[in-house]
Design a protein around this ligand. Structure first.
Ligand SMILES: [Zn+2]
Length: 186
């Protein structure tokens, strides 16, 4: 936490917005929120701007320029090694309201249930040897993948679109929350 300096000039004058809120540093860059690494955002839900009631969602984020994906197509193993060496990392703490916490929990639960249903489908020929296994096994694989992807996407709160030495760009942020930040000085 930063100590308040009572002799510091008022920060509000630096910004154009008349509804100057008590924000930590942060800027809006198009539809993205730019925050310094290690930032703890105010007590507002990142997704809907509702009060977060003190709850903070904290994550260490990793990001690698998507151009490196070309390397993945050539060699997934080398890509993973390169990713682990040169990925950019940064930590951020954001507020999340009760409703969005619940939605995240539901997405994780639905993802797991879908994966379990997929596993049941894949294993069903063992329990019912007389069945034609094609449909339950194929359907099971689809459900398993859908559960993994759906669970990951549905539970993802922080979506880094870029990380550099100092800052993190976050996507899928509440437009109302975003509107309260000054524009990113390009
Ligand atoms: Zn919310």
């Amino acid at each position: 936490m930063e100590l308040e300096n009572p002799y510091a000039p008022p920060k509000a004058e630096l910004h154009e917005s008349p509804r100057q809120p008590e924000r930590t540093d942060g800027w809006r860059d198009g539809s993205m929120l730019v925050v310094p690494k290690g930032a703890e955002l105010p007590d507002r839900c990142l997704k809907c701007n509702a009060p977060a009631q003190g709850y903070r969602f904290v994550r260490n984020l990793s990001w690698l320029n998507p151009l490196w994906f070309i390397l993945f197509l050539m060699s997934p193993l080398i890509y993973i090694i390169v990713y682990l060496i040169i990925r950019k990392r940064g930590r951020v703490a954001v507020g999340l309201c009760q409703r969005h916490r619940k939605l995240r929990g539901q997405a994780i639960a639905i993802g797991w249930l879908t994966m379990l249903a997929g596993v049941a489908g894949i294993l069903s020929p063992v329990a019912f040897p007389t069945w034609n296994p094609t449909i339950p096994v194929f359907g099971g694989i689809v459900l398993l993948l859908a559960g993994v992807v759906g669970g990951i996407v549905g539970s993802q709160v922080l979506i880094p679109k870029r990380i550099n030495k100092e800052f993190i760009w976050l996507d899928k942020v509440s437009p109302e929350l975003l509107a309260e930040y000054p524009a990113w000085p390009a």
